[in-house]
Design a protein around this ligand. Structure first.
Ligand code: ADP
Length: 528
């Protein structure tokens, strides 16, 4: 079947108006999905950063409030009272290891409070002294800030000599004007990081973490978890940040359950799957539309072939009938024998014409769903015999060798005799039309597995495998030299198929291209 140019146009149109926009849209969506995911990830990262920042800010605020209290105590309570006040303060805040004053040269130190419970604390004055040795310029700087009205706090790391892994932090600030007459210009407090983290920071971490996060504090390069003790959290933190107060410590934050970034990722994945599914559906839809259109176009082509073929088929018998009847009418035929022959030809051609018209009528009835069947008990041998009576002459005339092989013990079947005859005529007609060199037809009846059959065999051109199903579709004709030259409507086999379906039977086709075909109509011997 040749492809209509409109088909290519339709395919192109579908491609341009449906598939291309869908493709562009998909690419655009995929790109923006990626960007959305990145953006959400970035927002999430900033959120985590803000949380860590707020914790740092909180620790600093606590330290700042302690500095304020020490500053106030130094200003307000001279002598004995000061010592008591500071002792009380340190006793209540275990994170504070010591409170001290220093002179401008950082050379002489005065400790107010110094818990002596552990060896590290006992060594603290020495450790602090050596830490401050390197900060000679600090007092001057802090003093200048204080004079300008701002009490700046400067952290100095104090490494414990006996255990270099342990570091405290001294927070230094300049004393105000009230200390003009004192030998000391600088005050400070020493913070013990582990205590600070566990007592001051821990409750805050709990509060900030809430339902959404886990927070952890690590020590050192190798990130050993100090809080929560024993490191309850596993895996890598989503984000980490150094603690401002204790430079060897860092904060880590972990999401509980799915993170927003993960959510965004999984949503992106779903969206991606959805887009791909949509695309697949669209492609399937376009293919479906295209296939239907192609079918319609093919059908239109077949219909137009049908009209031209049918007109030709009608014309041939009509002209024969006309020719012979005119010859007879003019009385030119003298011999009775010839006359009889002409009458017979006229009769046969009328028969063919009737058959052709019947085919068309049956087809239109079937199409309209109005075809009726009248079932009765029939013997296939009888039906085949009657068909042959009418057809024999035609076969012989065409030079066919006819063979019959009827099963004499054939049981009757419930069938519409007329419809079965029509089917057989169609099969015989095809056997004649599609035989080339070897003109042979055999009609056979028989039994198989409780069913009864009648079949027509020829030694004609045969049917290739790829056409064996399609030839039972309406208007379908195999393209080939012989078929092309042989006129036909493409209706015959579709009628046969329809008739056999109505009988709850089947058509079995065996064929070898170049060798011949055998169409077997199989009836169930007892209809339900
Ligand atoms: P038509 O014979 O009018 O074309 P049919 O529906 O009877 O229509 O047959 C459909 C097609 O099947 C034919 O065009 C032909 O190509 C093929 N065909 C049918 N019967 C035979 C046969 N006995 N041998 C070879 N080809 C056949």
């Amino acid at each position: 079947m040749k492809t209509f140019p409109p088909l290519r146009k339709i395919a192109l149109t579908l491609l341009i108006i449906v598939l291309l926009p869908a493709l562009f849209y998909s690419i655009y969506e995929l790109k923006s999905l990626n960007e959305n995911e990145k953006m959400i990830g970035e927002i999430y990262r900033q959120q985590l950063e803000t949380i860590l920042f707020s914790i740092n800010q909180y620790s600093w605020d606590v330290a700042d409030s302690w500095v304020s209290r020490i500053d106030a105590a130094l200003r307000e309570s001279p002598g004995e009272a000061l010592q008591n006040r500071l002792e009380g303060f340190v006793a209540n805040n275990r994170a504070v290891q010591a409170v001290f004053l220093a002179d401008s040269a950082m050379a002489s130190l005065r400790f107010f409070v110094l818990p002596e419970s552990n060896p590290e604390s006992r060594q603290l004055p020495e450790d602090l002294r050596s830490a401050l040795q390197n900060q000679k310029n600090l007092p001057e700087q802090l003093k200048r800030y204080r004079q300008a009205g701002y009490r700046k706090i400067e952290p100095v790391v104090v490494t414990t000599a006996r255990n270099p892994d342990h570091q405290s932090v001294a927070l230094l600030f300049a004393l105000g004007d009230f200390a003009k007459d004192l030998p000391f210009r600088i005050a400070g407090l020493v913070l013990e990081p582990n205590n600070f983290i566990n007592q001051v920071l821990a409750p805050k971490l709990e509060e900030v973490a809430g339902e959404q996060f886990y927070l952890a504090v690590y020590h050192g390069e190798e990130r050993q978890a100090i809080y929560p003790a024993g490191g309850e959290v596993s895996g890598d933190a989503e984000q980490t940040k150094l603690l401002w107060l204790f430079p060897r410590f860092s904060l880590g934050i972990y999401p509980r359950g799915e993170t927003i970034a993960e959510l965004a990722r999984s949503r992106s994945r779903w969206n991606l799957a959805f887009i791909l599914l949509l695309d697949a559906l669209l492609i399937a839809g376009v293919w479906f539309v295209y296939r239907n259109v192609r079918r319609e176009v093919d059908l239109a082509q077949m219909k137009s072939d049908f009209v031209s073929n049918i007109s030709h088929e009608l014309r041939t018998p009509l002209s024969l009938i006309r020719m012979f009847s005119e010859t007879l009418e003019m009385g030119r035929v003298r011999s009775e024998e010839k006359k009889q022959e002409y009458y017979k030809i006229i009769g046969q051609e009328t028969e063919r014409l009737t058959h052709l018209v019947n085919n068309i009528l049956n087809f239109s009835r079937i199409e309209a769903g109005r075809k009726e069947y009248h079932f009765s008990n029939v013997n296939l041998n009888e039906i085949a015999g009657k068909v042959l009576d009418n057809y024999q002459f035609h076969l012989k005339n065409e030079g066919f060798a006819l063979e019959t092989d009827f099963d004499s013990a054939l049981p009757t079947v419930k069938a519409d005799a007329e419809a079965v005859s029509e089917s057989l005529i169609n099969l015989l007609d095809n056997a004649v039309k599609y035989s080339d060199k070897e003109k042979y037809v055999c009609i056979r009846t028989g039994r198989e597995d409780g069913a009864v059959y009648v079949e027509v065999e020829d030694h004609g051109i045969g049917i290739a495998v790829e056409h064996r199903q399609k030839i039972f579709e309406k208007f379908y004709r195999v393209s080939g030299a012989l078929v092309h030259n042989t006129k036909g409507s493409g209706l015959g086999l579709s009628l046969v198929k329809h008739i056999m379906d109505a009988h709850q039977g089947r058509v079995v086709l065996e064929s070898q291209p170049g060798k011949g075909s055998r169409f077997r109509l199989v009836f169930r011997s007892e209809l339900k």
